[in-house]
Design a protein around this ligand. Structure first.
Ligand code: TNX
Length: 513
């Protein structure tokens, strides 16, 4: 039966063998340096062991084993008995070598061994995401597949261009369950993104509990766009999201949108409204009509309670205060409000982030402005940068994942134009905004607003293939930028997404295999 099993496996091999083997140069985002050695392909086997050089590398090794076990059916035991210089199999080694930076790694594939080295566990984690992409697409299957699990030989030296590489999920316009959010985190991790910005509150729903303000979730959380039931995370749910993210080296950036986009809070607590009268719940998609009263001390008690609670449950450095489209809070009423809220954030120990409408407010140490314009000439944002602000770039006409791909895209908006894959890819974060030096750019973020997005498959349809395009802008050196090469590499990921059950958009721009 051994022979029979072997020959059955060989037949399955041939049936399942990908038309073209994966090449070392097929990775997305493109690594800094790739040196193929075709004679050095490495074959994983049922006897392959994953070894780590230090206990702090164990979680990454376990993560790798969990990624590879389902499809390969191999046991892939993890042990911390590595001798990084002589071991066979897969070795994850933490070295004192800081040259790769906190997120960089080196991957060496030879016939005897696959070795990832990094200064920090984050680097090992990104090396693991690269390793995963070098195996045949069937590795993404969650059930065993008979296959030859070969890695292309050679070495990769890699580290990110930007420290902040993010995506945003709007859980306020439509509410998404914890498992949905965890799956989005998995997608970010595949492409080496390290920030998930959660838009937790808006006119249509309030999704996070705050002690002393129970009606925020009970009443404010019970609505969403279109009249559905809405929902909210419990504190335990939120912590679970944060922990799952942390295990993937992703920071959750919580946003409480102020002073506008607050109808759901006003429905719950009419005392925060300018006329002290609770409005009706809102389930449409207009913006700019609601605001908490900037002239009332009660508003600042509310803001301090909310931001204090969110800060306490969020280990990351950032706290996002929104600040966009508060059309009814004008001039100094608006800038005074933002300046006061910036100080409340600083008091929690966090770094304040806001949409670029906060730019005219006074600078506060470390503050970060998230630019979502469509015209790269924005003197007010450039001036905020001159005063010390750092920038996250989310240009609406390139990075907005809620824009339609094409006129016939069944979901999404088009106020910032159509964003096809090429548009998502073909821009340079380092020179996009006029009169802003490249050093001021902390990174990039792709926001997914969800007025028209209601399910996980719809999220995936909007994310793939554009999220990897944005991820490449955030990670890869500018010198690798090349649409023709990118579209080839990206198209090769289609079979991976299919094997992972991702509901991607088969854009006609890409040469799918
Ligand atoms: C503008 S972008 C908004 C959101 C909408 C989005 C729709 C930004 C900071 N504000 O409230 O959901 O457009 O594309």
């Amino acid at each position: 039966t051994g022979d029979l099993a072997r020959s059955a496996a060989r037949v399955a091999d041939e049936l399942l063998a990908p038309a073209a083997p994966v090449r070392l140069t097929d990775v997305v985002p493109a690594p800094e340096q790739v040196r193929p050695e075709p004679a050095d392909d490495h074959l994983l086997t049922a006897d392959t062991v994953i070894r780590v050089s230090a206990e702090s590398a164990l979680p990454v090794a376990e993560h790798l084993a969990e990624l590879l076990r389902p499809a390969t059916g191999y046991p892939l035991p993890v042990t911390d008995t590595a001798d990084p210089d002589s071991d066979r199999g897969i070795v994850l080694a933490l070295t004192g070598d800081e040259a790769l930076g906190p997120e960089g790694y080196r991957l060496d594939v030879t016939r005897d061994r696959v070795r990832i080295t990094a200064a920090q566990p984050a680097g090992l984690f990104y090396g693991v995401q690269t390793l995963r992409q070098l195996l045949p697409p069937a590795v993404e299957s969650r059930t065993p597949v008979a296959g030859r699990w070969t890695l292309p030989g050679g070495s990769i030296l890699d580290r990110p261009r930007y420290a902040y590489r993010g995506a945003m999920l709007d859980v306020a316009r439509h509410f998404f369950s914890v498992p949905d959010v965890l799956r989005v985190l998995d997608h970010l991790a595949r492409y080496k993104l390290n920030q998930l910005h959660l838009h937790l509150t808006d006119d249509q729903g309030w999704r996070i509990p705050v002690p002393g303000w129970p009606r925020l979730t009970e009443v404010g959380g019970a609505t969403e766009v279109g009249g559905g039931p809405g929902g909210h995370y419990s504190t335990a749910d939120y912590r679970r999201i944060v922990a799952y993210a942390a295990a993937r080296h992703i920071t959750v950036v919580p946003e409480i949108d102020l002073p506008g986009h607050t109808n759901s809070a006003l429905v719950a607590y009419g005392e925060l409204a300018p006329d002290r009268v609770a409005p009706q719940p809102y389930t449409g998609t207009e913006v700019g009509f609601s605001y908490v009263d900037p002239a009332s001390e009660r508003t600042y008690e509310f803001v301090a309670d909310v931001l204090g609670e969110v800060a306490a449950n969020s280990p990351g450095p950032f706290l996002h205060i929104g600040g966009d489209e508060a059309f009814k809070v004008k001039g100094t009423a608006y800038t005074d409000f933002v300046e006061r809220v910036q100080r409340i954030v600083a008091d929690t120990g966090k770094t304040v982030v806001g949409w670029h409408q906060i730019a005219p407010a006074a600078h506060l140490d470390g503050r970060v402005v998230q630019w979502w314009g469509t015209d790269g000439d924005d003197p007010t944002t450039a001036e905020a940068v001159r005063r010390g602000a750092r920038l996250i770039l989310s240009p609406g006409n390139h990075a907005y994942l809620d824009m339609k791909y094409a006129p016939d895209t069944p979901l999404g908006q088009d106020w910032a134009g159509l964003v096809d894959v090429r548009r998502a890819y073909d821009w340079d974060p380092g020179s996009h905004l006029a009169d802003v030096p490249a050093e001021a750019v902390l990174g990039v973020e792709a926001p997914l607003w969800t007025e028209s997005v209601t399910t996980l498959p719809e999220i995936e349809f909007m994310l793939f293939p554009r999220l990897p395009a944005l991820a490449e802008l955030g990670w890869s050196p500018r010198s690798t930028h090349d649409w023709d090469g990118f579209r080839e590499r990206l198209a090769g990921h289609g079979p991976r997404w299919a094997a992972a059950g991702i509901a991607y958009h088969a854009s006609p721009e890409l040469p799918w295999p």
